[in-house]
Design a protein around this ligand. Structure first.
Ligand code: ADP
Ligand code: MG
Length: 291
């Protein structure tokens, strides 16, 4: 690599807020053929809001108070949205004890002597809860691209909370630009299959890998690499850091967590998905000048 080409590439990137951490990152960017994008916080804004709260045989305000007590103890972005929703509805604050967080699944606690679970289908099923009473509501809400979270009280599924997270304005154009450059685009998410499929189809993304546990994200990247792919991973969360490290090129969203930014080879300061194809193009330009 000629130092001049590297300097030009780094400078071009910096002007757009695309920060390459080293010369190798620029060279690797030129050879990427597959881009894996995290959904929440990368393709979407990462600011979920509650849109629906459905209860089955349970008083709505009473259930929301139980749920909010659990979610107040959690640091998950979905939990924050549930707490905000409860606050706007002036729901009284209850105390939670025995709080436990189940990464990639949800959370549970004891509230007013009741066992409350808030999370995905797997969380409830693993605790022996029959999810059939809420299955229809869950499927209907997920089919619209919203994240459906289930609620169980004392072993009975009694509620569904739907959360919507707006897609970033430039996400569609970013996917299109990657396709124009003959790059395969993959979505990787811990969210449920139906929600992920809906958003992927809106964005015309080829492949969806959903319901992936936080610790499995990097293994999914390794699988693609073993299949001969040269992979860039784009992510924002703590969950994404091992996958960013595993990828040939790790790209962090600037608005993301410190761990993601520290682990990545490239940081997109404007948090704009359109800067992903830009970064790859700058890499290609640099390598061309080197020859
Ligand atoms: P992502 O990879 O999309 O950021 P996570 O792996 O953090 O998602 O979580 C996966 C799923 O687990 C969420 O979509 C949600 O259904 C459930 N979940 C996790 N934590 C919570 C929580 N505190 N409250 C409600 N649901 C949760
Ligand atoms: Mg994320």
């Amino acid at each position: 690599a000629t130092p001049t080409a590297i300097m030009v590439g780094t400078g071009l990137g910096a002007k757009r807020g695309v920060l390459f951490k080293n010369a190798t990152a620029l060279e690797t960017a030129a050879r990427i053929d597959t881009v894996v994008l995290d959904k929440t916080g990368t393709l979407t804004k990462g600011q979920p809001e509650v849109t629906d709260f459905v209860t089955i045989g349970y008083d709505e305000a009473a259930l929301l108070a139980l749920v909010a007590a659990v979610e107040r103890e959690s640091e998950h972005p979905l939990a924050g949205a549930v707490v905000t929703y409860a606050t706007t509805r002036h729901i009284p604050t209850l105390e939670a004890s025995n709080f436990r967080n189940v990464p990639g699944h949800g959370a549970g606690a004891t509230v007013n002597g009741r066992q409350v679970l808030v999370g995905n289908r797997k969380l409830l099923m693993d605790q022996g809860v029959d999810v059939a009473p809420v299955a229809k509501q869950r499927q209907g809400l997920a089919a619209t691209g919203r994240t459906a979270v289930l609620v169980a009280v004392d072993g009975r599924a009694v509620g569904v909370i739907a959360l919507a997270d707006a897609v970033r304005e430039t996400a569609f154009a970013a996917v299109a630009a990657l396709h124009d450059a003959d790059i395969e685009v993959v979505m990787l998410t811990g969210d449920n299959e139906a929600t992920a499929q809906r958003i992927a189809s809106l964005l015309e993304i080829d492949t969806v890998i959903a319901e992936v546990l936080p610790e499995q994200k990097s293994a999914k990247i390794a699988e693609l690499q073993q299949a001969g792919r040269r992979v860039a991973m784009v992510g924002d969360g703590v969950n994404d850091a091992p996958a960013l490290a595993q990828a040939d090129l790790g790209i962090a969203i600037g608005a993301g967590t410190d761990v993601a930014i520290e682990t990545a080879d490239v940081v997109l300061m404007r948090s704009d998905p359109l800067d992903v194809p830009v970064a790859l193009r700058i890499g290609k330009g640099t390598v061309r000048k080197m020859r």
